[in-house]
Write a protein that binds this ligand. Structure first.
Ligand code: MGD
Ligand code: MGD
Ligand code: SF4
Ligand code: MO
Length: 749
């Protein structure tokens, strides 16, 4: 790799390492002395000047604005080529969600375009892990014939599509509607489902944003933006901290964000709901909530107040293992700073798909924010303005008839999962439905259920039952490896995508991913694959347009041309968010302490305590809850196949599983020892990181490892994944995977 990029990556990652260590004065002096020695003889340059020195003199350099695809954050960046090869990237300062920054993965994954493991042409599987390269025409023809026969026999509902959403989502949904199937799945049930539904139920919007720069007290509940990266949020948190704001991080683990914070509340995993209910209890009992806001903008306060009467800080302390006085104090501190005090809206962890009580937790977090009266206020929460996009002319480009639900997994079925939306679904249900014979054929785009869904043995069993499995991936992931056909989408640096409309934060922005170089292999952009596949399946009349036409139609009402957008990469349409009266798109038009939707479904209408599904046995020294989380240099389990990112893990020995010293001692486990971890569905081995930065009830598994596709040669065989130990669960209300409801037995190997 280019030394310039390597240094930049190291600096980015070291930022995290440095903040994790507490710098004593002695260590600081030692570090600066070493730095001084290294600098002798070298010119004393700024970073940018040093970078400029490395710039090529005799090679052609091009610069193209585009969007990173190394995780789901869509960071906008200028990508440089030199001599026709991808060289480096720089973040675009205008971009609302990354404000000029890119992370280590954003830099390193540029180089995956040259990865030797790439799929170089369409492949047909002719035996276990045996593939034959075929032409696109042959692939389309054979897939069309097989799919036609399956649909004729079993109906279009026997076909599903699974994807990482956004991107080209409107077109994949159009494709499935044209086939006549409601079964479009995303990763919602393994990532964010309760978070979105809980907020939507309470305030009418699934993802409120945070005005962190003007906030005075920020509380994160199982949210770790310093590793589950969000670059805008990280910048904003830093800005707030520089202005004197406090950051309190509630996490069973001393996370990267806890290292940035003023206070770490080491909570017993699965019990955040108790903490939230007690915060509400204290604020209401002491009369320190925002009364005017509550009166004007909320619904059901009296009932909520009555419901939380029993949740005293003493009670919550018993559940959470956080001191009673700390709980009461946090409530008072929040109230004192309100409305410039915020509890983060959450992402994947405790408020995502990890616990049986996650939905109630999100509801409680939303209600406590309501007591703080921070909606649409300076330093509080707000709803991001979104651009209104155009669409294709319906006369020239007829849309397929709408397909009504429910989905095969019961999403949107009033009897099963009425709150789980179509298009999100429960991806862990796919193997079950395949085993039952309800799903017969599937398309998997930009998703790897064999690695990112629970209980791989069961997932493999289910997917193997399908009569036709087609993967769109750029490498032979676990899922691609068992697929009948692998159709390689061009890498993100080689393709144009649908205009990205979800780029905004506090203003309306649009952005575009576009090709920086021509495809290196016989690959195609996904939209082209969709259009060609649709034509070969006889549904071409719904795809009688090009991506360019589609994008122009989307942009038409905005007064922006495709040319302008391609030149700028990101365009800010203005309409900046400003504080004012909040509006809530709930049935009552108010923030709902009592949810009428939940009441109508006979579900708990005010947030109330709910035990986690499972608890470790306090009498058994081997019994632990297994929790997991992101590292800043890894995306899910897909970046470990990138050599430079893997090297960061290796140098820092970051694949270890965290365990508390008292618990480790009882098992005879010392730092670096190998531990055997087993659950009801899986077994694995991992080395121990013995640290008091973790709650004694649990072990922590970093979530970027455990790749078992032999075709990912850099990643293969390193580490374990939490999914190896996770049974196939369905949360009773929403159906998500409940990924931290795992009890494992840990032994010294
Ligand atoms: N580097 C990197 N960044 C990413 C991603 C990535 O893969 N890599 N993925 C993106 C995506 S898709 C997502 S969903 C987000 C995820 O972003 P986050 O939700 O912030 O990520 P996690 O790492 O899953 O969990 C955050 C923290 O929750 C803690 N935790 C676990 N159980 C509990 C609990 O019971 N209570 C509390 N209070 N805390 C708990 C974990 O110890 C961890 O520190 O990150 C996004 N950004
Ligand atoms: N083991 C493990 N499982 C997880 C998580 C985890 O951290 N670790 N996180 C959970 C969360 S929060 C989420 S959001 C989900 C995410 O679940 P997934 O969407 O399944 O996960 P990813 O690993 O992001 O990506 C899946 C596949 O996309 C492929 N891919 C990458 N770039 C491209 C491209 O340009 N085109 C195409 N067609 N394919 C591409 C990758 O090779 C990979 O096989 O997983 C959940 N499950
Ligand atoms: S956070 Fe990093 S990996 Fe994710 S889109 Fe941004 S630069 Fe790419
Ligand atoms: Mo996620």
């Amino acid at each position: 790799m280019d030394i310039y990029i390597y240094k930049k990556m190291q600096n980015l990652t070291l930022g995290v390492i440095m903040s994790k260590r507490r710098m004593t004065r002695r260590r600081f002096l030692a570090a600066s002395a070493a730095g001084g020695a290294a600098a002798v003889g070298a010119a004393c340059l700024t970073y940018d000047a040093w970078g400029k020195q490395k710039e090529p003199k005799n090679e052609e350099v091009t610069v193209t604005p585009t969007l990173c695809d190394a995780c789901g954050n869509w960071c906008a960046m200028n990508v440089y080529t030199r001599g026709g090869r991808i060289w480096k990237a720089e973040g675009l300062p205008i971009a609302g969600n990354n404000v000029g920054r890119i992370c280590a993965k954003g830099h390193a994954m540029l180089h995956d375009v040259y990865n030797k493991d790439r799929v170089k042409s369409p492949l047909k599987r002719i035996g276990p892990n045996q593939f034959q390269p075929i032409s696109w025409e042959q692939a389309y023809k054979e897939i069309g014939q097989k799919l036609g026969a399956i649909m004729e026999k079993n109906g279009p509902e026997s076909v599903f599509w699974l994807q990482y959403p956004e991107g080209n989502e409107p077109l994949t949904k159009r494709f499935m509607a044209a086939l006549g199937s409601p079964n479009v799945f995303s990763h919602g049930a393994t990532c964010f489902l309760p978070r979105n539904i809980g907020w939507w139920l309470t305030v009418g919007e699934p993802k409120p944003e945070h005005d962190f720069p003007s906030c005075r007290l920020m509380v994160f509940i199982g949210r770790n933006p310093a590793a589950g990266l969000h670059l805008r949020q990280l910048r904003d948190i830093t800005l707030a901290r520089e202005k004197g704001a406090r950051l309190v991080v509630v996490d069973p683990r001393h996370s990267e964000s806890a290292s940035m914070g003023d206070q770490w509340m080491r909570i017993r995993p699965g019990t955040d709901l108790a903490l939230m209910l007690a915060l509400a209890h204290v604020m209401i009992k002491e009369g320190i909530y925002q009364k005017e806001f509550v009166e004007k903008y909320t619904e059901g306060f009296d009932e909520f107040a009555k419901a939380v009467e029993r949740y005293t800080p003493e009670w919550a302390s018993h559940k959470t293992t956080i001191a009673t006085s700390d709980i009461a104090q946090l409530a008072r501190d929040l109230a004192a700073q309100a409305p410039r005090a915020v509890i983060h809206r959450g992402y994947h962890a405790a408020m995502g798909t990890q616990y049986k009580n996650s939905l109630q937790l999100v509801r409680a977090v939303a209600c406590v924010n309501g007591l703080l009266g921070n909606f649409n206020q300076t330093g509080g929460l707000y709803f991001a303005p979104k651009p209104k996009m155009g669409g294709l002319d319906k006369d020239k480009h007829p849309a397929p008839p709408k397909v009504d639900g429910p989905m095969a997994d019961g999403s949107e079925d009033q009897e099963k999962y009425p709150l789980t939306p179509m298009g999100v679904g429960l991806s862990q249900a796919i193997p079950e439905l395949a085993i039952q014979g309800k799903l017969k054929a599937g398309f998997v785009h930009h998703n790897n259920p064999l690695r990112t869904c629970p209980n791989p043995a069961r997932v493999i069993e289910g997917y193997r039952k399908l009569e036709l499995l087609v993967s769109f991936d750029y490498v032979l992931s676990e899922t691609a490896t068992i697929s009948d056909y692998v159709l390689p989408e061009s890498y993100y640096l080689e393709r144009d995508d649908v205009v990205h409309t979800n780029h905004s934060y506090d203003s309306k922005q649009i952005a575009i991913r576009q090709a920086v170089i021509k495809p290196l292999h016989d690959t195609k952009p996904m939209v082209r694959i969709l259009i060609e596949l649709a034509q070969s399946l006889g549904i071409g009349k719904y795809f009688n347009f090009t991506l360019e036409e589609y994008n122009r139609a989307s942009l038409a009402p905005l007064g922006v041309t495709l040319e302008q957008l391609k030149k700028e990469g990101v365009i800010d349409l203005g309409d900046k968010w400003a504080p004012g009266e909040p509006t809530f798109e709930t049935p009552s038009g108010k923030l709902e302490f009592v949810s009428s939707t939940l009441r109508d479904l006979n579900l708990a209408a005010t947030p109330e305590w709910e035990e986690p599904l499972v608890m470790p046995d306090p009498q058994d020294p081997h019994s632990f809850r297994l929790i997991h989380g992101k590292q800043a240099h890894m995306t899910h389990a897909r970046t470990i196949n990138q050599l430079y990112l893997k090297e960061i893990t290796k140098r820092n020995d970051w694949g270890k599983v965290w365990i508390h010293p008292d618990r480790a001692k009882a098992l005879g486990v010392k730092e670096g020892d190998c531990m055997t971890i087993s659950s009801s569905v899986g077994k694995g081995r991992a080395r121990a990181k013995v640290t008091d930065g973790i709650h004694p009830d649990c072990i922590f598994v970093p979530s970027g490892y455990g790749v078992y596709s032999r075709n990912l040669r850099t990643a293969y065989g390193y580490g374990v994944s939490y999914n190896d130990f996770l049974p196939t669960y369905f949360d009773p209300v929403l159906g998500h995977v409940m990924s931290n409801e795992i009890i494992v037995r840990v032994e010294r190997t």
